[in-house]
Design a protein around this ligand. Sequence first.
Ligand SMILES: Cc1cc2nc3c(=O)[nH]c(=O)nc-3n(C[C@H](O)[C@H](O)[C@H](O)COP(=O)(O)OP(=O)(O)OC[C@H]3O[C@@H](n4cnc5c(N)ncnc54)[C@H](O)[C@@H]3O)c2cc1C
Length: 399
Amino acid sequence: MFDGRVRAAYISATMERYDYLLAGGGAAGLSLAYHMLHSGLRDCRIAIIDKDPKRSNDRTWCFWTDRRFVFDSVIRKRWNRMEFVGTTYRDSYDLAPYQYRMIPGIELYTAMHDIIERSPNVEFVHGVVEEIHDTTDGAEVKLENGTRLKGAYLFDSLLIPERFQVDTKRYHFIKQHFKGWFIETDLDCFEPDSIRFFDFRVPQYGVMRFVYILPFSARSALVEYTLFSAELLSRDEYERELRDYIENVLGIHTYRIVEEEQGVIPMTDQTFRRRGGRHILYTGTKGGRVKASSGFAFHRIQHDSAAIVASLERYSHPFALPRAPRRYRLLDAMLLQILYRRGQLSEEVFTRLFKHNPVHRVLRFLNEETSLAEDLRLMATVPWWPFIRAFFRLKTLGP
Ligand SMILES: Cc1cc2nc3c(=O)[nH]c(=O)nc-3n(C[C@H](O)[C@H](O)[C@H](O)COP(=O)(O)OP(=O)(O)OC[C@H]3O[C@@H](n4cnc5c(N)ncnc54)[C@H](O)[C@@H]3O)c2cc1C
């Protein structure tokens, strides 16, 4: 995808110097580059380093917002309705003024490729980062092929979720893991303007399991089998559950699988360090941008990128970042603990949240946009005893 500026093989043994090194060119790296290029930093020298040339559609990002948003030009689909389906309750909600939006990874990668092509001061360096060092006047990266790059500041989003380590004696750690099929049907089977956020009509086996559906038309949709649990499943298990749901719950017997999506998102209440050194800031999943209780990160990454750029513009360093109110960490930690220890309660928790709150309040809460009064109203609707137990079990909430 970034062939025009793939330079790792050609950069000489001499040290290349940049203003900013972006180690990792996924959601966080590319978003930060986008925000920098749309700010007063647009003329700075930037290198984005990634081992993957980003030629494939390796994921889709969804988020909800009620306003114009970055990357709006690459949105593939917007939905105005949302459905919740539980075993005892189901409802469909009008999202206005919110919209649920989806960006295919490949669209964002291609759009950023075009922007980079037009920006002589930005380079995409294709290579595996082997080492990162903080130095007295900046930070350095060494690639597997021996190439060295230096920048005044380095933004590190290199994290492999499967290898992510958490101190499980003090914190909870579960994975949001899923497998989805993009399917096509011969008959009209989907409501194109409505996503199915949760469908709990799948066996729970003691952990939170649900199906998530993004319909693109009446005859095509992404159907995703999702779990919040400590252990991953085998490929056969994901596929068996998906097939069961499509055939026995949706009643669709003739369909074609045109694409697949699979992923693991770490969810933990462990405190993420933002600073990796005097000149290094962790971003994206590595910088704790995944919301611990939901696994959503894209929206938060955009806000974080804007805040990093604002800090650079104002203070000439990237570390003056706002902190989310502490109560969100507390609520996330309690919910995560319930999902971890008492996953069988998850359907009841989410059913009550959706049944007894306006959908906008739930969405604002998940985006960390609610007021304290709204949070109290929300908490009054969940089963209180598991939350009280979870509160008293919390050992620490860190800094
Ligand atoms: C399949 C999937 C679907 C998701 N869907 C959503 C969603 O709908 N909404 C939402 O809010 N969140 C979603 N997420 C969660 C989150 O938004 C994404 O994981 C997001 O991509 C995280 O951004 P990141 O930059 O931290 O990581 P990535 O986007 O994974 O970027 C990290 C980059 O680092 C590179 N890299 C790693 N190691 C090295 C190395 N040693 N050298 C060089 N490069 C390296 C990788 O190639 C990668 O490009 C999803 C996650 C997955 C996995």
